[in-house]
Design a protein around this ligand. Structure first.
Ligand code: ADP
Ligand code: MG
Length: 238
């Protein structure tokens, strides 16, 4: 478990302010959804937390330690992207074990951890399958397992189910919520889908052009939108 503090973070790309003075404290074990239309700065924010982009201004601490100068592999974060980039020529086990091998863990320990995480994502018995033989949903489960096996303190999910059909998306987001609660892992979940954020989040951050429109619990965002933009965006749901 971990607490994430982001204070006055901005990111400029030339004259584009991708993220404009963003602040939040995410509590231990909380699931926060970053919600907003395309181009609102969701991915940039997540990538800064994961260490793939450096903020132009501001600070980020995890359990009180400044992380801004740490590269991704030194951060206690795990990231899952929309395009999962699994190695299709490797089986499921090897895809998941790769990061543990880099850490030079003993073979028995690697096997134990991969089996445990396969069970967690509902893929027990799939270790020897090649990833290109799996369905889209199963591939995203492998991507999630590959991230979780490294036991991150903070899980970062960037539209992980956006390429899947609606039915599968609904199932997977419930599964992620379930796993997140079992592990009590602090999680940031990026989505542009209002229904997704409203159904899984403890709190929702609504972003627009890099600026924060509202940070609140789902029921509050729904019933008391802070701005006309939020009202309109959430209202598009039905
Ligand atoms: P979202 O994930 O909400 O769709 P992004 O964080 O990807 O939004 O993008 C926010 C803004 O920053 C957009 O205007 C986008 O064009 C710009 N942007 C993102 N990444 C880069 C980059 N590497 N170089 C230049 N502009 C970028
Ligand atoms: Mg994005």
């Amino acid at each position: 478990m971990a607490r994430l503090d982001i204070a006055n973070v901005s990111k400029l790309f030339g004259s584009t302010k991708a993220v404009d003075d963003f602040s939040i404290t995410v509590e231990d074990g909380e699931l926060v959804c970053l919600l907003g239309p395309s181009g609102s700065g969701k991915s940039t924010l997540l990538r800064m937390i994961g260490g793939f982009e450096k903020p132009t201004y501001g600070s980020m601490t995890i359990d009180g330690e400044e992380v801004i100068h740490l590269p991704p592999e030194k951060r206690p974060t795990g990231m899952v992207f929309q395009s999962h980039a699994l190695w299709s020529h490797m089986n499921v086990f090897k895809n998941i074990a790769f990061g543990l091998k880099l850490r030079r863990l003993p073979k028995a320990e690697i096997e134990r951890r991969v089996e445990a995480v396969l069970e967690l994502v509902g893929l027990s018995g799939y270790g020897q399958r090649l990833t290109h033989q799996l369905s889209g949903g199963q591939q995203q489960r492998v991507a999630l397992a590959r991230s979780l096996v490294l036991e991150p303190k903070i899980l970062l999910l960037d539209e992980p189910f956006a390429s899947l059909d609606q039915h599968l998306r609904e199932r997977l987001r419930e599964e992620v919520r379930d796993i997140q609660q079992r592990l009590k892992i602090t999680t940031l979940f990026v989505t542009h889908a209002q229904d997704e954020a409203l159904s899984v989040a403890d709190r929702i951050v609504v972003l627009r052009d890099g600026r924060t429109e509202q940070i609140a619990r789902p029921a509050e965002v729904y019933r008391e939108p802070a701005t006309p933009f939020v009202a309109g965006f959430i209202g598009q749901m039905n």
